[in-house]
Design a protein around this ligand. Sequence first.
Ligand code: ZN
Length: 270
Amino acid sequence: MTAPGPLSLNTITVKALTLPQVIEACARHGITAISPWRDVLNAAGVDAAAKQIRDAGLKVTGLCRGGMFPAADAAGRAAAIEDNRRAIAEAHAIGADCLVVLGGGLPKGSKDLPGAREMMRDGLHAILPDARAAGVTLALEPLHPMTCADRSVLSTLGQALDLCEELGEGTGIALDVYHVWWDPDLARQMQRAKGRIAGFHVCDWKVPTVDTVFDRGMPGEGVIDIPAIRAMAEAAGWAGGVEVEILSNRWWAEDPEAVIQAAKAGHAFC
Ligand code: ZN
């Protein structure tokens, strides 16, 4: 087994910090890559942040996040598409390797899951020309099916790969071990993913998990065989690093310095 590629710090892992503070902390800790969320990016100002990232020599492994297309009415769907166009421009401005794209959940009050999936598909087709023009890869991130109702009607790697094949150039996969580790079809789908992996996110599945979204563990705290999934990703052509993305009420309550130390320690379990 080779050593994991460089650690990229996803800003949600240290939610208490501003983007300038994360950039400064990365320099102090010898971390060479980041993945910002749009809220901290916009709070810092996209142009100012882009300059600070460039000056720090940081690689940007992704921008979180676009997608979330399904909406109850046409105006809502159009607004989501417009927001994704802004996200593509932001990803381009900071030199991000990709824009991470989530499916979005069911519109409020809806039980029409096939309809929501069509809205996601339509949204992706609508923004693909913008992404191609900007040279920004749309990295589709399937999420664990427990989030299907409220976050992502895109649930499996196979489903995401079907969309990549349909959409073609300008699309790829954001592979998050938290969301794919349980899938009995994972090994087979990873072979299909050859050349399509655009991001590799890590955290761990704790037993028990007490919150379906905000109780992720640091790598090594849970039951995911992260090196085995990384080996599959690398066999599929992934040559990038590992993005530590921890959504956790427990870790968010800790001192961000301690969280960064834990992320660096967790990197060794990847
Ligand atoms: Zn992720």
